[in-house]
Structures are given as C-alpha cells and as structure tokens.
Design a protein around this ligand. Structure first.
Ligand code: SF4
Length: 711
C-alpha cells in the first residue's frame, strides 16, 4: 500500500506538538514536525522524534503479564489479565472495604487524553479515598493552594502580551512546561527570543544557569530553597517604592497591610544575603517586573520541590496580584480552552476556593495530611500501604506511573509495593515499577490511539483544538487505558460517571463517546471537533469566533483577593526566623530536567538511552577540586536518609555548593557497580516523614542536604 502520511500530534509529553507521521502497513516509519501547523510551526524535540522507536522497539510489551504460582511473569491475554485484576479487587474490597484499593495516575497515563478522567471515575465508582496523581509529587501548591487567595475570573496575562516575565526555577526550553502565563512549551526558545525582539524583558531566578537563564536580561542565581527570600525582597522593594498598581489594589485586594508588614523584614540587604544574589540585581529585578505593564511571574516544579512550596506560590501570587497581571474587560480571555468546561469570564475576583481542609474531605492516617480536592497526597501512600488498620491499602493500580523512582523515600516505597496483595502496573515497558508488579497491563502507544488536545490547551492562547484518529496499528494484544479501567469497573459491577452523565456499563463506549461525556460543558465537543478536523484534512482547527471575551464585573457579586488568607504573612515571618542548615551536609542536591527524558519516561528507548547513559552529577569545578573529585569519578552522595551513587561532571553553570541531577531517573537497583549504565535515583535521598509541606505533603525533592565523596 506504500507509505501514507498522517497529520497528528505527539503525546510523548503534554506539549502535543503537531506532527506528520509516515506509516507503512500500519507501522510507524518516521515522524517530523508539521510545518503548516499555525501554533507549532514544525517544532519537535528529541524525545518526540523517537516515537518510531517507542512504537516499534522489540522489547516493548505486546502482551500483558501476570505472575504465576512460581512468581514468574506469564504472557496473558488482555481479557484474562483484566478478569484476574477484577476478581482480586473484588476479593480485597469484600475483605477490607473500598479504601483498600488505590489508584495512581502517573506522567505516562496523563498523555492519554481519557486516562485521567477514567481513573478518577473508577476511583469514585469504587468509593475509595485513595486516588493519587503525580501532581502531589512536584507541584501541588500551585494547583491546590493558590485559589484560597482568590482568583481573577478573566484569567492572567498571556506570554504573548507580556512586556516583562519572571521565571522562577522554570526552564521551559527543556521541561516543555510552564504554568498559565508562562511561555507556551512549543518552540519556547524561539518564542522568548521573538518576544525579546519586540521589547520583552526577561528575569530568571534559578540556582543553575540553565538554557532559559542564558536568555535573561537579569539572571538571579538564587540559592536552592531560598526563593521565598528573593520574592519577599522584591515585594519589599515594590512596597517601598510604591511600584504596585494602586488603583487595582484598592479596588480588588485585601490583606495588603499584613503582607507589607511581613515583607518589611526582607530589606534588599537581608533578602539578597539569604537568597545568595546581588542586592542591586534583586532591586533591579523588582523594578523591572513592577514597571512592566503586562506579564506574569511563574514557577517551574523545582521551587516547589525545594521546600516551602506553599509559601513560594503564595508570594508569586502576591507579585502578580499587586501588579495586576490580569486580563481586563473587553480583552479576549487568555486561555479559551476548547475542551474545558466553561466558566464565566468576568473582570472581577471569584470567591476563594479552598481545596483542602474542608469538612467532608477525607483525611489520611498520617502526618495530619488529607485530600486535596479529589486526591490524596502521594506523601502518605507508602505508610497507608504498610500500616495495618482501617483503610489500609491492599491493592494499587498505577496508570503510567513509576512509583519506585518518582516517590519520596525510595526504599520505603519499594517495600510498600512488595507488601501489596496485588500491584497492577499499566506500562508499555518493564520499567523499575513494572518489575515489582504482580500484573503488567500493556497499553497502546499514542499513535495507535484516538486522542484530543485537552492536556495542552492551557498553553493555547487561541481556541486551538485537534482530534486525532489512530494512525498506526496496535501490535499484539494491547488496548487503550480507558478501556482497561472501564473493564475493571464492569467486572466490579460499579457505575462510572463523567461530567456528562453515567458511562454506559453494558458495553465499553467508543472513545469519542467517552471523550464527549468527560468534556461536557466545553466550548466545542470532541465529536464536533473531529468532524471539523476531518474536513480540514486532519489539521488543527482554531475556533476564532468562539474565543470568549472578558465581560464587565457583575456588580451584584463582589469579592476581593485576600493576601492574608491562611495566615500566610505569618508563615513568611516564621520562614524569616528559621534559617537552619543540616549540620554535616554542606552541599545541596537540586533537581533538573533531562532533555532525553520526560520524568522517568524514555529510559527504555535505545537511541534516547545512548544520548544520556547515566544521570550525571553536575558539580562546580572548584568544588570538585576541593573535594578531590575528577570528571567521571563515581561519587557517593549521602543525605540524612540514604545514599546513592552518581558520575561526577564539572559544570560552571551550577553555583558552588550544589549538585545538580535529574529526578525520577534510574532504578532502585542502581549502585556503584552499574551507575554508569543505569543512573542513580535521587528520590532515595528523600524522606516522606520529615521536610514535607504541611498542606500538600510535598516532600523535599530538591535542595536536599547532602555530602559527597569519591566512592
Ligand atoms: S515537546 Fe513533548 S510533545 Fe513536543 S515533540 Fe517533544 S515530547 Fe513530543
């Protein structure tokens, strides 16, 4: 039949880059960026370009695996494997109750547009409180805590409107991630440089001079974990010099005096000293940010992983609020969200929306933590598995996650996974977690599925949408994740529900039906987008005329931001008074992203693996000399909790006193003997029981106190 070229999009990560895919006899031959796409313009990254390998690799799982009586994996037909999971779940629920079942949504699962809602729907149908997602591993504060200070119903300024931007620990050029208001992750470097030609001023704060820092007008090499000092110092300057938007603040913001009192102690001298930056640079950054007219401060995942995540996100909110970085009446809204349930877009503040600590939300048995909106913090999962008592987790299904290398306290999590009565891992590869599972369910890869662009639309400043068909044939006996979750629900006899109503449970609905049900209330339903995309020859559709415009405020309903909510000014004062360093651990290990991985995804791919064979430990050359370490030495890195190994690599882009390594790397089997091939997992160095955020449970996964020595 020859080669056929299809228009579709990548789902290796959440950026959903537009792609042209050559397929022959149902098999992916090659991929490249689609130069005609109006948003992506042909952009791809090295991970996306390896989609042929991720579909065709010989060691990809084509069949599910179930352990036999001897504990050996046995290839098992999908229907039989799902029946086995269903019957084990039934037995466990009958014996221990619904909370004994846990569901974890990981980074791999998110890339399937239906898997998140299918997982949450199954958890609710079972009636378990134990629904977890990877959000609580790296960025829970920005998702679950910031709306308690209020939310502007019109949304924040777009990056394309901005004349100034502040990126804190956010390197979108490699991570392909930014919160709303940050740079869209498709062609991020070009977008930034193009905007700079039009006058954008860029401020970057990061302990490491990463790719985006090299483009900055002001680069602040902030000490890891001391972002609150830097931000409080900038707020101090903004108050002292009255650089904030006084009209906006007097009309829309409460709690200003409390905030002003709390930042008073962070004079430029004090803040710069604690943050480890030049005082003049801090002052210049505050003036540059506040003197801009549009543009947001945003954080990556690093600042949240480095401790004080809730405080850092609060201070970022304060900066954006005092400087009124919001869309105003008559402007097009920043993120139209074609597949997002629509809410009123008005030039006013919505009432605070607490997402934790509310009556009726379930509590964990550990550390005073509890549900954040619909999910439990990952921090408590290992203890909820290992500790007998009411609600103990006895079964876990991980949807594209990799708990062995992603969760804090690796050795405890490994023990917990082994303690389960059944651990089910949905995974196309024998990942570190799959190796510990009782059942591995083999899913379709992205080009074998229908999907929509719901995961990337918070970066689309226009009403951009796609619905892709499956463009390649699925090998062996693999199915879509939503079908697996539906099958387990069907076996258990529970009713799954979605925003659009009950999911048919007699026969598995087709994907379009499932997607329509889960996006009820959106701007254009997936079934309509599918027709429009087909009419456009598979290309994206932009619904320009449906782009919502910000309406005037509803005078009947007036609310204000509250910058004193949650006693956060007092929390800042407490942080100011507490500058403890862990005695005997003179270095800080900071987390970084690897160009050849998306969290732990990509490790099994041969060509990506060749690009980065280990997880290098980047250290400043002067520190290496002082410690007697040479480039390429295997070093032992020891935290107060555990040790790992790493291969030393000199880099003058990291501050003195730091080690920079990728998180979610490697395998718990990595040690001195094989670290060059496998790479160490930094999550082994962390603890779920100390150094965690009291609201979100976010463990200290960056800025970890360590000492180093040649191994
Ligand atoms: S940025 Fe993400 S979506 Fe785009 S090509 Fe790379 S992996 Fe694929």
């Amino acid at each position: 039949m020859g080669i056929q070229t299809h228009k579709t999009f990548c789902r290796f990560c959440h950026a959903n880059c537009a792609m042209l895919v050559d397929v022959e006899d149902g098999k992916v031959q090659s991929v490249r960026g689609d130069p005609d796409d109006p948003e992506y313009g042909g952009y791809t990254c090295m991970k996306g370009r390896e989609l042929p390998d991720s579909h065709n690799a010989e060691h990809r799982l084509h069949h599910s695996l179930v352990r036999d009586a001897n504990g050996e994996f046995r290839e098992t037909p999908m229907a039989e494997a799902l029946d086995h999971v269903g019957s084990e779940f039934r037995r466990i629920i009958d014996k221990y109750g619904p909370d004994s079942i846990a569901l974890f949504m990981g980074s791999g699962g998110y890339q399937n547009s239906s898997a998140m809602m299918a997982t949450m729907s199954l958890a609710q149908a079972i009636g378990t409180k134990h629904f977890f997602t990877s959000v609580t591993l790296d960025q829970p504060a920005k998702v679950f805590t910031t709306e308690r200070y209020g939310k502007w119903m019109g949304g924040v300024n777009n990056f394309s409107d901005a004349d100034v931007a502040l990126f804190i620990g956010n390197n979108p050029i490699v991570s392909h991630y930014a919160p709303v208001g940050g740079v869209p992750p498709f062609s991020p470097s070009k977008r930034i440089r193009d905007r700079q030609k039009e006058g954008l001023k860029l401020i970057v704060a990061d302990p490491r001079l990463a790719e985006v820092g090299q483009l900055a007008d002001i680069y602040l090499p902030v000490k890891p974990g001391e972002d609150p000092a830097l931000l409080a110092g900038m707020l101090n300057v903004i108050f002292e010099e009255e650089l904030y938007d006084r009209n906006f603040v007097s009309a829309h913001v409460d709690g200003v005096e409390e905030l002003k009192a709390a930042v008073a102690a962070f004079t430029p001298d004090v803040a710069a000293e604690r943050a480890g930056v030049e005082k003049d640079q801090l002052v210049a950054a505050a003036r540059m940010f506040a003197n801009g007219s549009k543009g947001c401060a945003v954080t990556g995942t690093g600042p949240e992983m480095a401790g004080n995540g809730t405080l850092t996100e609060y201070l970022v909110c304060c900066l954006n609020t005092l400087c009124a970085r919001f869309k105003q009446e008559g402007e097009k809204c920043g993120v139209p969200g074609v597949y997002t349930a629509q809410t009123p877009k008005r030039a006013q503040v919505a009432p605070p929306a607490p997402m934790f600590g509310v009556e009726g939300m379930a509590k964990s048995r550990f550390r005073g933590l509890g549900q954040l909106l619909f999910e439990m913090p990952c921090n408590v999962m290992a203890d909820e598995i290992l500790t007998p008592g009411k609600g103990q987790i006895r079964a876990l299904i991980s949807v594209g996650g990799n708990p062995e290398v992603g969760f804090p306290n690796q050795l405890k999590m490994r023990k917990a996974l082994d303690d389960l009565e059944i651990f089910v891992q949905i995974d196309p590869w024998m990942s570190a977690s799959a190796k510990r599972a009782d059942v591995v369910l083999a899913p379709k890869q992205c080009l074998e599925r229908e999907d929509i662009t719901n995961l990337s639309e918070w970066w689309h400043e226009r009403a951009y949408a796609r619905y892709t068909e499956a463009v390649a044939d699925a090998p062996g006996d693999v199915i879509d994740e939503y079908e697996m979750l539906w099958s387990i629900g069907k076996y258990l006899g529970v009713q799954m529900n979605l925003p659009g109503g009950p999911v048919p449970m007699d026969e598995c609905p087709d994907k379009q039906t499932f997607l329509d049900l889960m996006t009820a209330g959106c701007l254009v339903p997936p079934s309509q987008v599918r027709q429009d995309v087909q009419a456009a020859g598979g290309a994206a559709v932009i619904y320009e005329d449906l782009h919502p415009v910000i309406e005037a405020a509803d005078e009947e309903e007036q609310h204000k931001f509250d910058l004193a909510a949650g006693d956060m000014p007092k929390n800042l004062e407490k942080y100011g008074a507490d500058e403890a360093r862990a005695a005997g651990f003179d270095f800080r290990l900071i987390s970084r992203r690897s160009k050849a991985r998306f969290n732990s995804i990509g490790q099994p791919l041969e060509r990506l693996g060749r690009k980065i064979t280990t997880n290098p430990a980047y250290i400043h050359p002067d520190d290496m000399q002082q410690q007697g370490i040479a480039d390429g030495d295997v070093i032992e890195i020891t935290s107060p909790h555990a040790s790992i190994h790493g291969v030393a690599k000199g880099s003058d882009r990291v501050r003195r006193g730091l080690i920079s390594m990728a998180h979610a790397f490697g395998d718990s089997e990595a040690g001195k003997h094989n670290v060059r091939e496998m790479g160490g997992s930094t999550n082994r160095l962390t603890s779920d029981e100390v150094d965690f955020d009291p609201i979100t449970g976010q463990a200290l996964q960056s800025a970890i106190p360590v000492r180093i020595a040649v191994a």
